[in-house]
Design a protein around this ligand. Structure first.
Ligand SMILES: O=C(O)CCC(=O)C(=O)O
Ligand SMILES: [Fe+2]
Length: 736
């Protein structure tokens, strides 16, 4: 046993030594025969040859790398044969022994150009069909495939029967005609059909080489065809010359193949510059007639095309409206107004711009022109602005989704507010009022950014209306209402005239207010005629004027419904908000101003009035009475106030019947009052400058209104002293 083992080891050593020798030999031979190759490539080739464990590997190397390299092929074949001889029983080579001689002969013959296929049936004679007994190395299952394609097409049913996926050497094949890949690892109907047809492509009908030899033959055929096509007749002649000069067909073909390869490499290098990527996904192409599409793809493409068409149609219908809040403009570019899709909302703008425009003009050019040129007046009132805003109610706002970052939001110009408030820094505006500031706005902007499309009015309501109000507030702060404008102060010589006018007017008032009920007032209501002297009235006027010009001064309040009160108002102590019918610490819906405090002079006056009230009527008003809100209303000659109850004070205050003390200064006015909501049955008293009305206790909830002002009835002295503008000033104190 031991001796045997030593012998075995020695044998192996010998084998190894001769294999190693063989290895260096083949390397030297290859270096010589492939002297035109890079040394590194030769080395790598020799390594592959040495690593080959079966004849098939050698054949593949020859086929892939060495077409026409006869000397190199000879060296490799010799190397293989020597190794087999040397290895004897070595398992690495054993399996291939039976195949070797046949294949090496075959390769040798190929290298010699003896088996280069020529197109045409005549070539059948040179195919393996004539040596059916030969078992070729590439047919591992011992199959009897004929390596020639022509032999296949001649149709031997026996051969076809033998051709199965299992006995193919290469299981994945590729048609060089159309590129179709045949993966024979899975036996599908198509693969079966392909194999039944002996490798004829089921798509384009080209012959797909199934064997090593067929592949080699096809390769050489392609190379020679390419060479002749590329170089034309000259090359053909040269080719013939080559043949005439003794060069083999294979050598010529190989040369052509090399040239072709070089061109391909060159093309590949340059391709980046030449290649333009066309995304044909986005191109229009025939969906129905395109045979390459699956049903699923066709369905998807149809769907996509439909969406694109819809988007295109929607784009045509879309109208762009520019809302310039600062310039108070609503502009609809004519180019973006499609006549056919002119919408109701744009019609609204048109009619709001031109009240005479009838809806029938919706589709005509004049309507479009009016839309296109709709402008709010530069000093539009809030009412006009609100009308313009509500005309946009049905329109949609689209925020460009391509905007990088938060979408634009409707933010008023903070600078304007600061500039207008002058000495009052922005920090003096309470937090609730500063809600237009960037911090809040950016949160809103973020919210907007996530909502690309929404209801314009919803957004406009939230931002735009506030902006408009803010603008209006800013405007009125920049132009505060002056109770006593200097330019209206009369010259000395006009005083006499104005006194005469006043007397005349007062006479008219008394006449007009024939149903004067001043002596027939309900319990709890008292009229103190001429309670305030001109001097005291003037003091109050001057004081109110000063407050009215400052922060929280006179403004024009609005109702929730959008209409405005027909007076200027300033709240002292607490702000009364007509929109919510409530009292607030700041004028939040307008400019966020904090109302000025009630001057002590007024608080004292209230107490004085209550005493006088009791003294006159014998009715002691409920108390203790500490007014914390005072509304200063100024009615110009057309000013008025509707029939209402003062009921926004606290339940406790109302329940106690804590009185309202009302002071009239300036022009006379009618004051209607009643215990029921019917104004038609209300009583009327004329209130003149200096009069004070008190309604508390059982009269606390009277309905009342100021339907009419008598212009020019204010005391001329008052006018002379204060320069008060024409109109009526009323101060009502309440305890909230
Ligand atoms: O102006 C007036 O005389 C009445 C005012 C009034 O009723 C009010 O401010 O609530
Ligand atoms: Fe009132």
């Amino acid at each position: 046993m031991k001796a045997l083992k030593i012998h075995e080891r020695t044998r192996l050593r010998h084998i190894k030594a001769s294999v190693n020798m063989n290895k260096s030999w083949v390397f030297q031979e290859l270096t010589k025969s492939l002297s035109h190759w890079d040394q590194l490539l030769v080395h790598s080739l020799a390594q592959q040859v040495n690593d080959a464990t079966k004849r098939g590997d050698i054949d593949e190397i020859i086929e892939n790398y060495l077409p026409g390299e006869t000397a190199a092929i000879d060296a490799i074949n010799t190397f293989w044969e020597r190794n087999i001889l040397a290895s004897g029983g070595l398992s690495k080579y054993q399996k291939s022994i039976a195949q070797d001689s046949a294949v090496s002969q075959s390769n040798k013959a190929a290298a010699d150009g003896m088996r280069i296929p020529a197109a045409g049936p005549a070539d059948n004679s040179s195919s393996g069909r004539q040596q059916p007994e030969k078992v070729l190395g590439m047919f591992k299952q011992g199959g009897r495939l004929r390596p020639s394609s022509q032999a296949v097409s001649s149709g031997s049913s026996q051969a076809q029967k033998n051709l199965t996926a299992a006995n193919l050497e290469k299981k994945v094949l590729n048609c060089l005609g159309c590129g179709k890949i045949y993966d024979c690892r899975a036996v599908t109907t198509d693969i079966t059909r392909f194999l039944e047809r002996d490798g004829v492509c089921t798509f384009c009908g080209d012959k797909v080489p199934l064997t090593q030899q067929e592949r080699q033959e096809q390769l050489q055929q392609v190379s020679s065809t390419n060479a002749s096509c590329e170089d034309g007749q000259d090359v053909k002649d040269g080719h013939e010359n080559d043949q005439a000069s003794g060069r083999s067909k294979a050598a010529v073909a190989a040369e052509a193949a090399h040239a072709f390869k070089d061109r391909l490499i060159e093309y590949d290098r340059e391709s980046a510059k030449r290649t333009t990527v066309i995304d044909d996904q986005s191109d229009y192409f025939e969906i129905d007639s395109n045979a390459w599409l699956t049903d699923e793809e066709r369905k998807l493409l149809r769907q996509r095309r439909r969406m694109e068409e819809e988007a295109e149609a929607a784009k045509k219908k879309r109208m762009t409206v520019t809302i310039d809040l600062m310039g108070r403009k609503v502009i609809v570019p004519e180019s973006s107004v499609p006549a056919a899709s002119f919408t109701l909302s744009s019609d609204k703008i048109a009619s709001s711009a031109q009240p005479s425009a009838s809806s029938s003009s919706t589709h005509d050019d004049s309507a479009r022109t009016s839309v296109a040129s709709y402008l709010l007046p530069p000093k539009a009132s809030l009412e006009e602005m609100a009308r313009a805003v509500s005309s946009l109610r049905d329109m949609k706002i689209t925020i460009n989704p391509n905007i990088n970052g938060p979408a634009p939001t409707l933010v008023p110009r903070g600078g304007a507010k600061r500039a207008i408030t002058g000495g009052n820094s922005i920090s003096s505006i309470p937090a609730a009022a500063a809600k237009h500031d960037l911090g809040v706005a950016s949160t809103k902007a973020r919210r907007q950014a996530t909502r690309v499309q929404g209801d314009l009015f919803e957004q406009f309501d939230e931002f735009g209306l506030e902006v408009l109000q803010d603008e209006a507030a800013a405007w009125s702060m920049a132009h505060p209402f002056d109770l006593c404008p200097p330019e209206l102060k009369p010259a000395e010589n006009e005083r006499a005239l104005s006194l005469a006018k006043r007397l005349q007017a007062k006479h008219l008032v008394v006449e007009h207010s024939s149903q004067d009920h001043e002596n027939n007032l309900p319990p709890g209501m008292t009229l103190l005629r001429g309670f305030l002297s001109i001097q005291r009235q003037a003091e109050l006027v001057n004081m109110i004027r000063e407050l009215g010009l400052g922060p929280g001064g006179f403004y024009t309040p609005s109702y929730k419904e959008g209409g405005q009160l027909r007076l200027k108002m300033m709240c002292l102590g607490l702000h009364w908000e007509p929109r919510s019918h409530s009292y607030e610490h700041v004028r939040s819906a307008y400019d966020g101003a904090v109302p000025p405090s009630i001057p002590p002079i007024l608080l004292d006056l209230a107490q004085e009035v209550l005493l006088a009230c009791e003294a006159k009527s014998g009715f002691k008003q409920p108390g203790p009475y500490r007014p914390d809100a005072c509304l200063a209303n100024f009615y110009e000659k057309t000013g008025r106030l509707g029939y209402h109850q003062d009921k926004d004070e606290s339940a406790e205050s109302l329940h106690k019947g804590l009185p309202v003390v009302s002071i009239s200064i300036g022009d006379s006015a009618d004051f209607l009052f009643g215990m029921t909501p019917q104004e038609t049955v209300a009583q009327c008293v004329a209130l003149h400058s200096g009069d004070v009305v008190i309604f508390g206790g059982p009269s606390r909830m009277i309905y009342h209104s100021v339907p009419h002002i008598y212009p020019g009835t204010a005391p001329s002295e008052l006018h002379s002293i204060t320069g008060i503008r024409p109109g009526r000033l009323n101060l009502t104190m309440r305890q909230v």
